[in-house]
Ligand binder design. Structure first.
Ligand SMILES: [Zn+2]
Length: 278
């Protein structure tokens, strides 16, 4: 018997949810579909009525559907102006507060843009902000995994190296691994052996527990030399998701796999069914 368990869900409310825009109905729909988890998308701002967050927490608990979350796009911990950095910190903290009220244990966000700066300087700045955020969340008694995302564009901070570096130095920080972004960003990492190499590296650098509680984003993807252009349905792109599922199985990975392509639940179910057929 394996201890770890891989859960499959959608980035936001499933498309087939009848009451669009209602995340509680989304959780119920996830349950009906036979999926396992759902990600709350706060892409355009973190606002939620208290009755919605408490209802979400209840539905998630009662139906056994854990939640993750995604912070607003408008975050840049390497902005030119200090007030923009400050408001990025506030947006991350606000995302953590609301996610925590909903019962989510893991939240992801796009940490920064390089703005043509040296990646080392950007790393230091992001690390500093994450330390501040971690300290403030501890004072608020909020326990949530901070997961900067592996980003798809070469102009965005968030390479695999950078995320592993942050995870080593900030205790509540873990990577959000977007393997489609990794493929778009590097034009590599699309074979079973490369997937295994990445998982082995994560295990060696930040420990086996990182593989037991992964936060993963997956979709089809198209890219050019600057990285990802658009998210697509899995089978419309040549992203080798089936071999990735094999690698997850062989490394006994656990955690959340979030389907982020246009047809959300269809691809989530496709991945789940394939994974369980292995
Ligand atoms: Zn994202």
């Amino acid at each position: 018997m394996t201890l770890s368990k891989l859960l499959f869900g959608t980035a936001g409310i499933p498309n087939s949810t009848i009451k669009k825009g209602n995340p509680i109905e989304g959780v119920k729909r996830i349950h009906q579909l036979g999926l396992d988890c759902m990600q709350l998308e706060f892409s355009h701002g973190v606002r939620m009525k208290e009755e919605t967050s408490s209802g979400l927490r209840r539905a998630s608990y009662q139906l056994g559907i854990p939640l993750t979350s995604h912070g607003p796009y408008y975050i840049n911990l390497n902005a030119r102006e200090q007030d923009k950095i400050d408001s990025s910190v506030e947006r991350i903290i606000q995302t953590a507060k609301v996610s925590d009220m909903c019962g989510a244990e893991s939240m992801t966000f796009h940490a920064a843009f390089y703005m043509k700066d040296s990646p080392y300087d950007v790393f230091d700045l992001v690390e500093k902000s994450l330390n501040v955020i971690e300290e403030r969340l501890a004072r608020l008694d909020i326990d949530i995994e901070l997961r900067p995302e592996l980003t798809g564009k070469t102009s965005q901070f968030g390479s695999l190296d950078e995320l592993l570096g942050l995870a080593k130095s900030v205790p509540s920080c873990w990577p959000c691994l977007d393997f489609s972004h990794l493929y778009a960003r590097t034009n590599e990492c699309n074979s079973y052996s490369e997937f295994m190499e990445i998982l082995n590296r994560i295990e060696a650098e930040i420990g086996h527990s990182a593989l037991e509680k992964m936060h993963i984003h997956l979709s089809g993807v198209s890219s050019n030399s600057k990285g990802d252009l658009k998210h697509m349905n899995l089978d419309e792109s040549n992203f080798n998701w089936r071999d990735l599922m094999r690698a997850f199985k062989d490394k006994d990975c656990g955690g959340h796999v979030i389907s982020a392509g246009p047809n959300l639940e269809i691809d989530a179910l496709k991945m789940k069914n394939y994974y369980h057929s292995l």
